[in-house]
Design a protein around this ligand. Structure first.
Ligand code: PLP
Length: 276
C-alpha cells in the first residue's frame, strides 16, 4: 500500500520513485534521519525531534532544508494528508545529489523526504510482559550521538538477536553497556534509575530524555558495567515506538517482569504522550 510522501517541498506517495542513484544518502550513507510518533494525527514531542534533527545536520555539515516553523507546517500537512490516525513519520535529509566523489561540493542542495506509516504500537499486555534482549558487541562508529542512516552494525546485530529468539539487541562495548540497537537502556537498582550518560557512545533518545525528566531526582547518568545486569532490580528500554518497555530476559537469564518503577514511568509517559 502506498503512503503519503513529502519530497523536497511537494507531496506525492511512496509509489513515486523520487531518489536519483547519485544521491549521497544512497552512495555514502551521507544523511541523517528522524522518527516521530503521532496519535490521533497529533505529533508527539515534535519539538524534541526537530532539535535532534537540526543538531545532527549541523554535526555533519548538511544545510537544513527547513526552519522550525516550515518543518512543523510540512509535518502538519503530511499528517493532514495521511489516511490513518496513529503511526510514525520517518524523515531523512541527505547532503543531496551530485557526481559520486568523496569530496562533496560546499553548496549542495539537500534531499529531504518524509513519509507516514501505520504502526502497531505495543499493547498493554506486551507492555506488562516485556521483551527479551540478546547481547552483542557494539561495532558502531564513534559518533553514535548523530542519528546517521549508517545502521549496518545495528541492523546486523538486531538480526542476530532475532535469530537467537530475542526482540532487541543490547550493545556492549568491552565491559560497558551502551544502549540497544534502536532503543535506550536503563536499569533500576536500590530505587535509583541508571542510564548511560549523553556522549558520543549513545543516541540522545527523545524518550530517554522524557523518562529522565519524569523520574527526576531518582536518575543517575553513568556508565553501567555488564556485571551490574545480574543484580539489577528492574530493567527497561525506551524508544519512540516502544515507549517504556520492560526487559524480562537478557540472553538466557530471566529478569523480573515489570517492576513498580518501570510501571510508574510507563504510566507517566503514556499520560504525557496523550497530552502532546
Ligand atoms: N538508541 C538508538 C541507537 C536508536 O536508534 C533509537 C531510536 O531509533 C533510540 C536509542 C531511541 O530514541 P528515541 O527515544 O528518540 O526514539
Amino acid at each position: 500500500m502506498s503512503d503519503v510522501l513529502y519530497f523536497n517541498g511537494r507531496f506525492t506517495t511512496t509509489d513515486e520513485r523520487v531518489l536519483r542513484v547519485e544521491d549521497r544518502g544512497f552512495l555514502f550513507g551521507d544523511a541523517v534521519y528522524e522518527v516521530f510518533k503521532f496519535l490521533r494525527k497529533r505529533p508527539v514531542f515534535l519539538g524534541d525531534h526537530w532539535r535532534r534533527l537540526s543538531n545532527g545536520l549541523t554535526a555533519i555539515d548538511i544545510r537544513n532544508p527547513w526552519t522550525e516553523e516550515s518543518f512543523a507546517s510540512s509535518m502538519r500537512e503530511l499528517l493532514d494528508r495521511t489516511s490513518f490516525e496513529d503511526g510514525i513519520v520517518y524523515i531523512e535529509v541527505s547532503r543531496g545529489e551530485g557526481p559520486r566523489a568523496h569530496f562533496y561540493a560546499d553548496d549542495m542542495t539537500p534531499t529531504a523526504v518524509a513519509f507516514s506509516r501505520a504502526y502497531n504500537f505495543p499493547d498493554a499486555a506486551k507492555k506488562e510482559r516485556g521483551i527479551r534482549l540478546i547481547t552483542d558487541a557494539d561495532l558502531r562508529w564513534k559518533h553514535c550521538d548523530v542519528k546517521s542512516v549508517n545502521l549496518l552494525p545495528n541492523a546486523l546485530s538486531k538480526k542476530k538477536a532475532q535469530r537467537s529468539g530475542g526482540d532487541e539487541v543490547l550493545l556492549i562495548d568491552r565491559d560497558i553497556v551502551r544502549e540497544c540497537g534502536s532503543s535506550s537502556f536503563f536499569i533500576v537498582k536500590n530505587g535509583r534509575v541508571i542510564t548511560h550518560p549523553l556522549d558520543c557512545h549513545i543516541l540522545p533518545g527523545v524518550t530517554r530524555d522524557r523518562v529522565i525528566a519524569l523520574a527526576r531526582d531518582l536518575v543517575d547518568e553513568r556508565e553501567i558495567h555488564a556485571a551490574e545486569l545480574d543484580d539489577a532490580d528492574e530493567i527497561f528500554i525506551t524508544s519512540t515506538t516502544l515507549g517504556v518497555m520492560p526487559v524480562n530476559q537478557i540472553d538466557d537469564k530471566a529478569k523480573r517482569t515489570r517492576g513498580p518503577i518501570t510501571a510508574e514511568l510507563q504510566r507517566r509517559l503514556d499520560e504525557e504522550e496523550s497530552r502532546a
